[in-house]
Design a protein around this ligand. Structure first.
Ligand code: PLP
Length: 437
């Protein structure tokens, strides 16, 4: 019970455990050059990931023709949300200065979620390693040869396993099966039926659990350990996944240049990232910091029922504490964020680079899901709406703005980028349910 007593010393934990919507701006945030030491990764690691994805682009064009339009590069569009901006201003009685934009990772090819970044990247990294070691491939080859049946036969000797609430399983399952691997996805109770059905249709072995994400991951890890041919993709600790996500930073920078969107001292960028275990938003935030330096402010959004990263970073206990420890059920409509214990790696690596955290209720995510559909014609899954109220939290926190010298003049030039993390593959019937039709 000492842990619970320790936790009671944090007034914010009381509010979190009462399922209140809260926001917390991180007093321990450090300038990038100081904070980098804690990450243990740098620009060259992200460049390495970016180069690997370039090598695989010709293969992806062959294997997934929907990536032909972007020449095998898995990337999403950025679109303005003019009507949502007005709606948020009215509902939350705040003026949102600057522009409000959406990053449509919801519509990434192959997997329809942000997991198409890290998940696919880690599978490709593993496949490349096996093929290089076997002398079947060299880095200077045209990787479209990997689409040949001889490679499929080669990869079929190996197994891949992962634990997931749904979307990571989709991305890793689809990619692994396409290459020829034998793949098992350990799905938590939150996982939607259609995601399991889709994976089974791709020939993936889906193992279902009645418990939450942590149990699915643990069981998957244990089964994989007993089989030397099995590679376990560890969502709680993987630096490879993290680097796959981080490539987004340079890509956004390039997209901003193409759209004449400026980011500098006078033009701050705020990015709102839905957070589950932390790998995806952590990796993206790392990439953004490398690309934009201290001019980008990264804020994580979590459901009131699953605020694991806020709890871990705020208390400094990271993966030593779970939301269940403070009496929260980890049951949320945002299945992609239904994680009770955060990644210890991401929490410790990023604790000096993340500007803030807030929680949002299931009702609000569903409300804004309907609103986004009605006002902008965009259909996202509930998890992907967690970031939408981010600007409200930032603009209402005078102390935070003052601390970073974000005066009115700068805020008038601000760019608010909401990371829309998933939803592009949600079946129509399922989406009708979310929309209340
Ligand atoms: C997985 C996921 C996230 C969060 O990613 P983590 O790595 O679990 O933090 C956010 N939104 C959606 C739709 C997801 O599937």
């Amino acid at each position: 019970m000492t842990l619970l007593n320790d936790l009671k010393a944090f007034p914010l934990v009381k509010k979190i455990s009462a399922l209140q919507e809260v926001s917390w701006f991180n007093p321990n945030v450090k300038p990038l050059d100081e904070a980098l030491d804690y990450v243990g990764l740098d620009k060259s690691d992200v460049q390495d990931a970016s180069d690997r994805l370039e090598r695989f682009a010709p293969y992806l064009v062959e294997a997934f023709p929907e990536t032909a339009a972007t020449k095998g590069i898995i990337e999403s569009d950025i679109v303005p949300l003019p009507n949502i901006k007005v709606a948020l201003e009215q509902q939350y009685k705040v003026q949102i200065s600057g522009q409000l934009l959406l990053k449509k990772d919801s519509h990434l090819p192959i997997a329809g979620s942000i997991k198409a970044r890290g998940g696919i990247y880690e599978v490709l990294t593993h496949a490349e390693k096996l093929a290089l070691e076997a002398g079947l491939l060299s880095e200077s080859d045209d990787y479209s040869i990997l689409f040949q049946s001889s490679f499929k036969t080669f990869f079929s000797q190996y197994k891949v396993a992962v634990g997931s609430t749904g979307n990571l399983g989709l991305s890793i399952g689809i990619m692994s099966a396409k290459l020829g691997f034998q793949v098992s996805v350990h799905m938590s109770a939150d996982a939607r039926q259609w995601k399991k059905d889709k994976l089974r249709a791709c020939g993936v072995n889906v193992v279902e659990y009645q418990q939450d994400y942590s149990v699915a991951v643990e069981q998957g890890r244990r089964q994989a350990e007993q089989d030397p041919t099995c590679f376990f993709i560890d969502d709680e600790n993987s630096k490879t996944l993290f680097l796959g996500y981080a490539v987004a930073g340079e890509r956004v920078k390039k997209q901003f240049i193409e759209r004449n969107i400026q980011v500098d001292e006078e033009h701050p960028l705020f990015v709102y990232l839905p957070c589950g275990v932390g790998g995806a938003p952590g990796g993206v935030a790392f990439g953004l910091k490398l690309a934009f330096g201290d001019h980008v402010h990264c804020i994580f959004a979590e459901p009131t029922h699953s605020p694991c990263m806020l709890l871990g970073v705020h208390t400094g206990l990271h993966d030593q504490v779970s939301v269940q420890d403070i009496g929260i059920d980890n049951l949320t409509v945002a299945d992609g964020l239904a994680v009770g214990r955060a990644s210890g790696f991401v929490g410790r690596a990023m604790e000096h680079l993340l500007d803030g955290f807030y929680t949002i209720s299931d009702d609000k995510m569903l409300h804004h899901l309907k609103e986004l559909h009605a006002l902008e014609g965009l259909a996202l899954e509930p998890s992907a709406l967690a970031g939408i109220v981010g600007p409200v939290h930032v603009l209402k926190d005078a102390a935070y703005l003052q601390h970073h010298a974000l005066n009115e003049e700068k805020m008038a030039n601000a760019v608010h980028l909401v990371w829309g993390t998933g939803g592009g593959m949600v079946p129509e019937e399922e989406m009708k349910g979310y929309l209340g039709h």
